[in-house]
Design a protein around this ligand. Structure first.
Ligand code: FAQ
Length: 335
């Protein structure tokens, strides 16, 4: 449904940096890489603000994947069949894996995993607003795959060409896995839509719950997006929040028709002039409330994460002790 081909050259925003002859040699090299749309690697010099922006974005992204394991994770023990349980287990495990690649990518910029995790646990670091909503039915799990992973892919395909090498490379693998996640969600919903009226109603109600929060995932509208301008200059962002949201709406309308569900927006209609769908107003007050900690599940999500981290302390201590023992043994054998 979503492929790398969405990231077509026509959608690319130009990188505006141009070499400044009065800049330091390091800055000139960085500018030249930006101008050529090349890659910055961990050993390369980079402006402090570029580093900070990427640490912010990559770590928020990592936290989102880790917190994002919870809404679906609570259905693993209640999946309706062995097949669905195996698929869901694999999906939630993948999300944990994405978090780990992303923490590793952030660590290449000189920040430690402990610092990042501490910021999340202290409520100082953000994660995606979407994971603060509830999953009261099995249909919510399918809708997360279809819509949340669908939105995530739409946002992340352009990140595969981010100028920071480790992030771009992590995103290529992540997007491939997200594609499976999206399809499994659609497939689960399609099965339910071929079932009883009660199952169909369950799917529709879940779509009604998630549609607007999913549109918020793409971030504030372009006029309120404080980081976009600079992120375009640095080739971190390639397509704006609003343009990605529009692409997502246009792709999803057709998929909703195949599923036989209604998207809960009376203003949603094709605009022949724009060759795109018009859609209703997003409740930005709700978005900021959720981002700032007052969504339906913010407290629960954070408390669950902190508890899992504390409960796992003995595993980290044991792994560290084992690694130290192995290193001592290797040292003794080499002597
Ligand atoms: N939630 O100026 P902008 C997934 C914040 S992964 C919370 O536009 P930017 C996989 C933003 O951080 C989902 N906060 O910022 C999965 C900034 O605050 P700050 C996560 C949000 O960075 C599926 C402020 O608003 N994906 O779903 C949100 O240029 C299923 C101003 O915004 C990523 O992280 C939000 N929705 O653009 C897992 C992708 N939107 O930092 C499990 C990478 C904005 O100044 C199950 N990130 N904010 O305090 C990005 O592409 C960008 O960071 C954006 C935001 C587009 C999210």
């Amino acid at each position: 449904m979503y492929t790398q081909s969405l990231d077509i050259p026509g959608n690319v925003q130009p990188i505006g940096a141009s070499a400044d002859v009065n800049a330091s040699p390091e800055q000139q090299r960085f500018d030249a890489v930006m101008e050529a749309d090349g890659k910055i690697e961990p050993q390369d010099w980079m402006p402090e603000a570029y580093r900070k922006t990427l640490v912010r974005q990559i770590s928020q992204h990592a936290h989102s994947e880790i917190i994002g394991m919870q809404p679906e994770g609570n259905w693993i023990s209640r999946a309706p069949s062995l097949k669905r349980k195996a698929i869901l287990l694999a999906k939630v495990q993948d999300e944990g894996g994405h978090g780990l690649y992303l923490y590793s990518a952030a660590e290449t910029m000189g920040v430690s995993r402990d610092q990042l995790v501490d910021a999340l646990h202290a409520g100082k670091a953000k994660y995606s607003s979407i994971f603060n909503y509830t999953t009261p039915t099995w249909a919510d799990v399918g809708v997360i795959g279809w819509l949340v992973d669908g939105a995530a892919i739409m946002n992340q395909i352009p990140l595969c060409r981010c100028t920071y090498g480790p992030y771009a490379r992590a995103m290529i693998r992540i997007c491939k896995e997200e594609s499976f996640h999206q399809r499994q969600g659609f497939d689960a919903l399609l099965s339910m839509m071929k079932g009883t009226q009660a199952q169909k109603d369950m799917v529709q109600q879940a779509v009604d719950r998630w549609w607007w929060p999913v549109l918020m995932m793409f971030g504030p509208s372009d006029k309120d997006s404080i980081h976009s301008g600079q992120s375009f200059q640095w080739g971190i962002k390639r397509i704006s929040n609003d343009d990605l949201r529009q692409k997502f709406v246009d792709a999803t309308v057709e998929q909703a028709k195949i599923l036989g569900v209604t998207l809960p927006d009376p203003d949603l209609k094709w605009n022949e002039e724009r060759k795109a769908h018009d859609y209703g107003a997003i409740d930005w007050e709700e978005f900021w409330r959720v981002v700032n900690g007052d969504g339906p599940c913010n407290k629960e999500r954070l408390a669950t994460r902190v508890k899992a981290h504390d409960d796992g302390a003995w595993v980290r201590e044991a792994a560290l002790a084992h690694a130290e023992k192995q290193a001592t043994r290797a040292h003794q054998q080499a002597a």
